[in-house]
Design a protein around this ligand. Structure first.
Ligand SMILES: Nc1nc2c(c(=O)[nH]1)N[C@@H](CN(C=O)c1ccc(C(=O)N[C@@H](CCC(=O)O)C(=O)O)cc1)CN2
Ligand SMILES: [Mg+2]
Length: 288
């Protein structure tokens, strides 16, 4: 079998265009435009790129972005106070604090200070709990984007074997819960899993989010499986690549997501979706 690539860039562009329409409708009906606060602490080069792309995506969709750039030396208390002031600001619908934060700041404290109503990253313990018990709430953007990609190829999770490699709070764990919600039989594999290739070969759907360049080769893949690559790594030549050796896997999988141009752009599209959803909520409306 020769796999097809799932074009995340094109799907993200479509979702962003849909959000632009929703924003225009909201403005026409209520004279209100959604606002996203984007908080970046320090000068991590990758974070600067992601934040720039998020702000650009907001602009194109008609979402106001409220940029807050703080120096690396910012104290935890100052950052918490900024988040508290954004919580109180009625023109801010969503608050995004770009991760990773500097070492002297606790990610958890900052995330848990964000008002759950404005938690468009879906990282707050309230959002995580809602996902766990199947209640509506903000879903983390990367797994939500992957769910959209699966819908786009007509992949029905029900009864399928899904293996999620990686157990982070922002990708692996929420992804596993979202697949369970869609009635897949889900395994979470991680660095202590014995015989990882054999576990992965059980999967009809393989989601890899471990941060190890080109770890997954054809030997990990069942014939016809769908392979989702969440990695954002560098190969031996410093070139951007994922956790999946795409070339190797292409011969076995039915679908593979590329890096770049796969899951990454979907993460940003879903951030816009969550922000529009937060703003609609203010007017007693929802996206669907
Ligand atoms: N507050 C958050 N922090 C982080 C998140 C997040 O969702 N919220 N996720 C990642 C980084 N991230 C978004 O913030 C992100 C990473 C990558 C991409 C992306 O589009 N990648 C491109 C390639 C970009 C490049 O050339 O370097 C692609 O895959 O095509 C978007 C968003 C950690 N932090
Ligand atoms: Mg930290």
């Amino acid at each position: 079998m020769t796999a097809k690539l799932i074009d995340g860039k094109a799907l993200a562009a479509k979702i962003r265009a849909d959000m632009k329409v929703k924003v225009a409708q909201l403005e026409a009906e209520h004279g209100y435009r959604p606002g996203l606060a984007v908080v970046l602490v320090g000068e991590n080069p990758a974070s600067q790129v992601y934040v720039r792309n998020k702000i650009k995506a907001c602009e194109e969709a008609g979402i106001r972005s409220i940029e807050k750039r703080l120096p690396e030396s910012t104290s935890e208390e100052d950052l918490l106070n900024l988040v508290r002031s954004l919580n109180e600001d009625p023109s801010v619908d969503g608050i995004l604090v770009q991760l990773p934060l500097p070492k002297h700041i606790s990610d958890l404290k900052v995330i848990d200070t964000i008002s759950p109503d404005k938690d468009v990253d879906g990282f707050h313990v309230n959002s995580a709990g809602r996902l766990l018990v199947g209640r509506p709430g903000f879903r983390p953007c990367t797994p939500a984007g992957i769910a959209e990609m699966l819908d786009s190829i007509g992949f029905d999770c029900s009864g399928k074997r899904a293996v999620v490699v990686g157990r982070s709070n922002i990708v692996g764990k929420p992804m596993a819960l979202m697949l369970l919600e869609r009635n897949a039989t889900v395994t979470i594999a991680h660095s202590r899993t014995k015989d990882l290739p054999a576990v992965c070969r059980e999967a009809d759907l393989l989601v890899v989010a471990v941060g190890r360049a080109k770890l997954v080769t054809a030997d990990y893949v069942k014939e016809g499986a769908v392979v989702i690559d969440v990695g954002m790594d560098r190969d031996e030549n410093g070139k951007l690549c994922g956790d999946v050796n795409t070339e190797s896997v292409l011969e076995k999988a039915s679908y593979v997501t590329p890096v770049p141009g796969g899951v990454g752009p979907m993460t940003i599209a879903m951030l816009l979706t969550n922000t529009v959803s937060a703003a609609l909520g203010k007017f007693g409306k929802s996206l669907n």
